[in-house]
Design a protein around this ligand. Structure first.
Ligand SMILES: Nc1ncnc2c1ncn2[C@@H]1O[C@H](COP(=O)(O)OP(=O)(O)OP(=O)(O)O)[C@@H](O)[C@H]1O
Length: 344
């Protein structure tokens, strides 16, 4: 649906130039929710704005539905953009216009009849749950309601793709949750492909099918969310994922526990998260797990849990129990433990 091929974007000022997007290639399939995560300055906004050519890439191809947007005339690009909606962190509503006007004005400019405009405004306001705010002004709405209006305005053009530029970053956690639910609903009911950028892991885990991690203009890692969470490879990805897990064990407790047996991190993915595997270790192997910390995250495709345990027992029994856990689909790590715990 969307293919980015070797995209470069450099900002030039009088004395310097800055490479914001450095040879990025991505494939986003129809109906997918694809998230790009990165810290501030990673190049996310620059990249997402290249998709609808709000920023023109210096090099590379932006292929949407088989059409390379970088080769289109202004007129054809305007047509192609009608199928690509965009929502922003700051909502971008006209302050002096009502909700009805905010949604209807762009439709009017696109040449729709008044009756069709009215039908679309009513329909999409009801989909975002704001029928009663049709004649309100933006300053009479909460942040979440403003984003709902912006989403209705985008939906009113019946796009195939929505680009979301940090759409929930200005919202509190509860409102974020409700906007993410709305994006999920839109994706499911209308089959709209969503490409979003964020710096929040909660956004990725709640609604994304795939994720790409961006740093210094590069995509350093990408894949299915569950795979990336369970097998992160790049240090930046690991940093994002480790930030989700509580770090509660003091160094002195850790040192004393290490003398009694290995401390391992166990990650449970999908079906292995449903089984009471740890409970079987004492009877099966005479190994006694002492749980030091633990956390389960609900991803879109199922649960992902990580616990830190001290395994106590005979060394060969412990080895056997680790092999058994691995056979059951548990990811067992010891080497990375210091990173996972990261004491300050
Ligand atoms: N119009 C511009 N002119 C010059 N430099 C820019 C411009 N826009 C972005 N940059 C620079 O490009 C780099 C990437 O910025 P970008 O906004 O794409 O990153 P980001 O990951 O979206 O960051 P944030 O989450 O803080 O918005 C930054 O160093 C930024 O200062």
């Amino acid at each position: 649906m969307i293919t980015l091929k070797n995209i470069f974007k450099t900002y030039k000022t009088k004395n310097s130039s800055l490479v914001a997007v450095n040879d990025v290639s991505l494939n986003i399939s129809k109906g997918e929710i694809f998230g790009i995560i990165g810290y501030s300055g990673a190049g996310k906004s620059s990249l997402i704005r290249c998709v609808n050519l709000l920023e023109k890439p210096d090099k590379g191809q932006v292929i949407v539905n088989g059409q390379d947007l970088t080769l289109l005339t202004e007129k054809s690009l305007r047509e192609a953009r009608k199928k690509i909606g965009m929502i922003f962190q700051g909502f971008n509503l006209l302050k002096t216009a009502t909700v009805y006007e905010n949604i209807s004005l762009p439709l009017k400019l696109s040449g729709f009849s008044t009756s069709e405009i009215d039908r679309r405004v009513d329909n999409y306001l009801s989909i975002v749950g704001l029928e009663d705010k049709k004649f309100a002004y933006p300053n009479q709405l909460s942040g979440g309601q403003k984003q709902r209006v912006a989403i209705a305005r985008t939906l009113a053009h019946e796009p195939e793709i929505i680009l979301s530029d940090e759409a929930t970053s200005a919202l509190d956690p509860e409102t974020t949750e409700s906007i993410l639910e709305l994006l999920l609903k839109i994706n499911k009911e209308f089959g709209i492909t969503i490409l979003l950028i964020t710096h929040e892991m909660s956004v990725i885990q709640k609604i994304c099918d795939k994720v790409a991690v961006m740093e210094n203009g590069n995509i350093v890692e990408q894949g299915c969310v569950l795979d990336i969470y369970s097998h992160p490879k790049h240090p930046t990805t690991k940093k994002f994922i480790n930030s989700l897990f509580p770090k509660q064990i003091s160094p002195s407790v850790l040192d004393s526990l290490k003398k009694r047996g290995p401390i391992v991190s166990l990650s449970f993915v999908g079906s292995s998260a449903d089984k009471p595997l740890l409970a079987t270790l004492p009877t099966k192997f005479n190994v006694f797990p002492n749980i030091l910390s633990g956390h389960i995250i609900q991803l879109k495709k199922g649960p992902f849990g990580k616990i830190i345990v001290s395994l106590q027992g005979d060394t060969s029994n412990i080895s056997e129990s680790i092999i058994y856990l691995k056979d059951q689909g548990v990811i067992v790590e010891g080497d990375e433990l210091e990173n996972v715990l990261q004491f300050s």
